[in-house]
Design a protein around this ligand. Structure first.
Ligand code: 2M8
Length: 446
C-alpha cells in the first residue's frame, strides 16, 4: 500500500479502519460486527477481503478460502457460515437444519440460502494488487473452480430462464433485508401460522432503537419463507415451484454480471476455458435493460417480480446501482447521474451529507433510521462511486468519495447512517464500512 499520497486524516482513518477489522477477526474469517452478527456472512466477506487486499494479502485470501470451505457440494455458497462456539443469533445453525440436504456440508454449519456473488470481484482484486503475480496466479488457480461452480449453481437454479438475471427466493438473499422493494411481495404472502415455529428474535437487543430493525411482521414472513424451503429439503427446483417470493433482483444481477467479467479475466490469466462465462455475460447484456428499465419509464432500474410478472416500482438506491456495471449507454448513465444530483438521493437538499441513501428521501416509504428503508450504506455508495468513475462523471465521483470519508470520520464506522442527520445507527464497528473505506482511500479506481 502506498501511503505517500494520503492526508493525515486519511492515514488516521486507515488506522481506525484496520482496528475495526482486527477486532472483528475471528481466527480464519471476519465477522461483520461483534454482537449483532457474530458469524461469517458471505457478501460481507467479499467486501472485507477487498479491504484486506490493500494491506494484508494473507488475510484477504484466508477470508475467501474460509467462506468457500463451507460451499455446498452443488456449488451454493451459503449466506452465513456459523461459528460453532458462538450463541445468541437467530436463526441459529440448528434452526436452518441443512442436514436435510445431501449436498450441504457435514463439517460446517451454514444457512440454507445464498447472497450476492461479490467474491470473484474480490478474488480478482487480490490478483491485481499482489506484487508477487506468480503466487497470486496460484491463488486464482485454487479459487477459480469454486467460484465458477458457484456461478454455475446460480445460473442453473436462479436463472433457469437463461436471462443472465438472478432470482432471489428470500429478502435475506438480496442483502437488503427490509427494503421497500420487497413490501408488496411479502405482503402478498399468506402466512400459514401453523408452519411458524415459536421463535425469539435476538437482533433488537443489540441496537439503540428497535425501530432500526425490521418489524416483527416482516420477521414472521422471513421465517415462513425459510420454513417453505425446509419443507422442500432445500431442493432448489421444488422451491422454485412453491415459494411465493421469486424476484429478479437488479443488484444481485448487476453483481453477477460484474463478477462474471472478473471470472472471465481470471480464466484468461490461468488458461481456463471461459466460453460458459461468456454465455452468461451475453445473456445479461441482452436482457438487463429491457427487464429492469422498460422504455418510457423514468430511466431508473427496478426489480422484476416473477410471481406477478411486473416490475417493482420502488425508488431506492438499487435503481442506480446498475451504474456499477458497463451495461448502460452513456445516455442511461447520464439519467442516473441526474437522479444522483437531485434532492431525491441527497445530491442537494435537506440531507446532512451528499451520500446516497438506501431509499429516495421524498418517498412515503422512506424511513431515516430503519435499516434498508432509508439509511446510508457504504457498500452501495462504493459501487456507485466506481460507476461514476467508469462513466467519466469525475466531479460527482470526487464529491461522493470525499463525503463518504467525512461521514465516517465525523460519525464513526457504523453499519448505516441516518441521511438527514448523518448520525450512525445499527452496529458500531462494522466491517464492510471499514474495509470499503480502505479501498476508497487507497485506490478509488475500479
Ligand atoms: C443483514 O442481514 C442479516 C440476515 O442475513 C440480518 O439482518 O440479521 C443485511 O444487512 C445483510 O446485507 C448483511 O450481509 C448481514 C450481515 O452484515 O446483515
Amino acid at each position: 500500500m502506498k501511503k505517500d499520497n494520503l492526508s493525515s486524516t486519511e492515514l488516521a482513518l486507515m488506522e481506525r479502519a484496520q482496528k475495526v477489522l482486527e477486532n472483528n477477526w475471528i481466527g480464519a474469517s471476519t465477522k461483520p460486527t461483534s454482537k449483532l452478527y457474530p458469524h461469517q456472512w458471505s457478501w460481507d466477506s467479499a467486501f472485507i477481503s477487498i479491504g484486506y487486499a490493500h494491506y494484508d494479502m494473507e488475510r484477504a485470501k484466508t477470508e475467501l478460502r474460509t467462506l468457500l470451505e463451507a460451499q455446498w457440494e452443488d456449488g451454493m455458497v451459503p449466506h452465513i457460515v456459523f461459528s460453532p462456539e458462538v450463541t445468541g443469533y437467530f436463526p441459529s445453525a440448528d434452526y436452518w437444519g441443512i442436514h436435510r440436504r445431501a449436498d450441504a456440508p457435514r463439517h460446517k454449519k451454514t444457512s440454507g440460502i445464498t447472497q450476492p456473488c461479490v467474491h470473484a470481484i474480490a478474488a480478482y482484486k487480490i490478483y491485481e494488487l499482489s506484487s508477487n503475480k506468480e503466487e497470486a496466479k496460484d491463488f486464482l488457480k485454487e479459487i477459480f473452480p469454486k467460484l465458477k461452480k458457484f456461478h454455475q449453481w446460480l445460473a442453473a437454479n436462479r436463472d433457469p430462464e437463461g436471462t443472465g438475471l438472478i432470482t432471489i427466493f428470500h429478502p435475506w438473499e438480496s442483502g437488503f433485508d427490509n427494503s421497500p422493494r420487497w413490501d408488496e411481495a411479502l405482503n402478498r404472502i399468506e402466512v400459514d401460522r401453523r408452519l411458524l415455529p415459536d421463535y425469539k428474535r435476538q437482533d433488537k437487543e443489540h441496537v439503540k432503537d428497535p425501530n432500526e430493525r425490521p418489524s416483527d411482521d416482516e420477521y414472521d414472513r422471513y421465517i415462513y419463507l425459510v420454513e417453505i424451503m425446509k419443507k422442500n429439503n432445500y431442493d432448489q427446483k421444488n422451491i422454485y415451484k412453491e415459494i411465493p417470493f421469486k424476484i429478479k433482483d437488479v443488484v444481485f444481477s448487476s453483481i453477477f454480471y460484474a463478477a462474471n467479467q472478473h471470472l472471465k479475466s481470471m480464466a484468461e490469466i490461468i488458461g481456463e476455458d471461459s466460453s460458459q462465462i461468456e454465455e452468461w455475460i451475453k445473456a445479461t447484456k441482452e436482457y438487463f435493460s429491457e427487464t429492469f428499465s422498460p422504455k418510457d419509464e423514468d430511466g431508473l432500474f427496478y426489480d422484476y417480480d416473477l410471481t406477478v410478472r411486473q416490475i417493482i416500482k420502488k425508488r431506492t438506491v438499487s435503481s442506480i446501482v446498475p451504474l456499477y456495471t458497463d451495461l448502460l449507454t452513456k445516455h442511461q448513465a447520464e439519467i442516473l447521474l441526474k437522479w444522483l444530483l437531485h434532492s431525491h438521493f441527497c445530491g442537494t437538499g435537506k440531507c446532512a451529507y451528499p451520500v446516497i441513501p438506501s431509499t429516495d428521501v421524498h418517498m412515503s416509504y422512506f424511513q431515516e433510521i430503519t435499516y434498508w428503508r432509508g439509511p446510508i450504506w457504504i457498500n452501495t455508495n462504493w459501487m456507485i462511486y466506481k460507476g461514476l468513475l467508469r462513466y467519466g462523471f469525475s466531479k460527482k465521483a470526487k464529491e461522493l468519495k470525499e463525503s463518504i470519508i467525512n461521514l465516517i470520520n465525523e460519525q464513526g464506522f457504523n453499519e448505516y447512517f441516518d441521511p438527514l442527520s448523518g448520525e450512525g445507527h445499527g452496529a458500531e464497528d462494522f466491517s464492510w464500512t471499514a474495509s470499503l473505506l480502505i479501498d476508497l482511500i487507497c485506490e478509488g479506481g475500479m
